[in-house]
Design a protein around this ligand. Structure first.
Ligand SMILES: Nc1ncnc2c1ncn2[C@@H]1O[C@H](COP(=O)(O)OP(=O)(O)OP(=O)(O)O)[C@@H](O)[C@H]1O
Ligand SMILES: [Mg+2]
Length: 461
């Protein structure tokens, strides 16, 4: 069953239930209210007639009462004597109804009056029969009796049915309009959403979602749209990733293949063999590094690289890293120093991983800072965190590239031969390592002036 059909059925059923329930209870309430009113009215009429008759007993008074009752169109009024003979009545009486009336009266307590609803037609508001005894002096004289019809209620009932029917028709019409509206508003976008998800499942991410609005349907459409965008990005990055990997592996392989082919030739001198095998060796190292980096990045991204956290003296760690790079810095005539505001700043880290992250940042700084530049490593300690800043006076990074430098294989200068530049994995690995330490890394850079990377490490892990 389609959703729109289910909805229509539900709306229709609930409106019908409400209408039927309302009509039924309205009918019952009005019926009992009417019966009560009728009973009180008749008893009141009989009591008034009795008072008039008893206060001023005269045959003309009896006639006067009958004349008054004749005005009532829906009732029989009868005056009986003590032996249940008819003294006077508003209408001529048939023999059979008289038998009914007298036998009912006989069954009653003669001393008191009574009102009773007598079923004449089943499932109908019954006639109401009521009598009251009258006395002259201390002696009983007879009875006043009324048989009242319920015709006016019949009319009201018909009107009620007409109103209920009209209400039902109106509700039916309204629910039909509502159903059309609901299916337009809910079902159409859902069908659209289903088609889009089918398209996405087939790998087509080019979807143009029209649904607007802040309701749940609008939200669903927005989520589908952003899911499609993310999947497209994911698929593009995957393509990009594969082409980057194959390119970065193919380059050293080309060298290895070419130089080993040269070495195979007989007339290669010992000098040449040395030179060419050195190239092959360095390319193999490059390949090995690339594969290691990729493997490590994958593990870091999956969160599968275990960390061994210990309390480390950051001053000592950074000093030893700087020592290792000092030679290279001197060769490039770059001033590389460590600036600390106090001794023995401690931090809970995995020293091996942190060294790797810092090495990546420092080798970048050395690589992208021209001769004669400066690199400062600064450690700042506060009660809540420890900051490590690596500031260089290098070429800087264009602001348009800044958000992407953390991406795998991203290099600002794409034309740079990968023999001189790196493969673009260093910062991706660094960011992962810092995040595994619950820290964060940010960058500020000015073109041709320099770049500063800031690592913020929390005091306790
Ligand atoms: N200190 C810096 N100054 C200027 N540019 C930088 C600096 N650090 C990083 N970059 C830019 O960000 C890019 C990405 O750096 P990343 O360390 O990820 O890759 P890489 O150094 O090129 O290669 P790898 O680190 O894998 O050997 C670099 O190619 C470079 O363009
Ligand atoms: Mg690097």
């Amino acid at each position: 069953m389609k959703l729109s059909a289910k909805l229509s059925f539900l709306v229709f059923l609930s409106t019908m239930l409400v209408i039927v329930g309302m009509s039924f209870s309205f009918y019952n309430v009005s019926k009992s209210f009417y019966k009560q009113q009728l009973k009180e009215d008749i008893e009141h009429r009989l009591a008034a007639h009795r008072d008039v008759i008893e206060n001023d007993f005269h045959t003309s008074t009896l006639e006067h009462v009958v004349v008054m009752e004749k005005r009532e169109t829906e009732s029989f009024f009868i005056i009986f004597d003590q032996d249940l003979n008819v003294i006077n009545s508003t209408h001529p009486l048939s023999e059979s109804s008289l038998v009914h009336y007298t036998s009912w009266l006989v069954s009653q307590d003669q001393e008191r009056g009574k009102t009773e609803f007598v079923e004449t037609i089943p499932e109908h508001i019954p006639h109401v029969w009521s009598y009251i005894p009258i006395k002259v002096g201390n002696d009983g004289y007879g009875y006043l009796f009324i048989d009242q019809e319920t015709g006016s209620f019949e009319q009201a009932q018909t009107q009620l049915f007409v109103i209920t029917f009209a209400m039902g028709a109106l509700a039916f019409l309204l629910s039909a309009v509502l159903i059309v509206f609901l299916s337009k508003k809910i079902t159409d976008p859902l069908v659209e959403a289903r088609d889009y998800t089918q398209k996405i499942a087939k790998g087509d991410f080019h979807i143009n979602i029209s649904a607007k609005g802040n309701d749940e349907i609008g939200d669903l459409m927005k989520h589908i749209s952003s899911m499609a965008k993310q999947l497209k990005e994911y698929s593009d990055t995957r393509q990009q990733f594969l082409s980057n990997v194959s390119h970065d592996i193919r380059t050293p392989l080309t060298y290895i293949k070419a130089y080993s082919a040269l070495m195979k030739e007989k007339n290669v001198s010992v000098e040449e063999v040395k030179e060419q095998s050195a190239i092959i060796h360095s390319e193999a190292i490059r390949m090995e590094r690339l594969v290691n980096d990729l493997f490590q990045l994958m593990k870091l991204e999956e969160g599968k690289l275990p960390m061994t956290i210990t309390e480390v003296n950051l001053n000592e760690l950074l000093n030893s890293i700087i020592q290792k790079l000092q030679l290279e810095a001197t060769q490039k005539n770059i001033q590389l120093d460590l600036l600390v505001e106090k001794e023995n700043i401690k931090s809970s880290i995995d020293p091996e991983r942190m060294e790797q992250a810092l090495m990546n940042l420092l080798t970048n700084a050395l690589r992208y800072t021209p001769n004669g530049g400066r690199i400062h490593v600064i450690i700042e300690d506060s009660t809540s965190s420890t900051l490590i800043k690596i500031a260089d006076t290098g070429e800087g990074i264009p602001s348009a590239d800044l958000p992407y430098i953390w991406d795998r294989f991203y290099r600002v200068d794409k034309s740079r031969s990968s023999r001189h530049g790196g493969s673009g994995l260093g910062l991706a690995i660094t960011k992962q390592i810092i995040e595994q330490h619950q820290g964060k890394i940010t960058v500020k850079s000015q073109l041709h002036k320099g770049t500063t990377f800031t690592i913020t490490l929390p005091k306790s892990l």
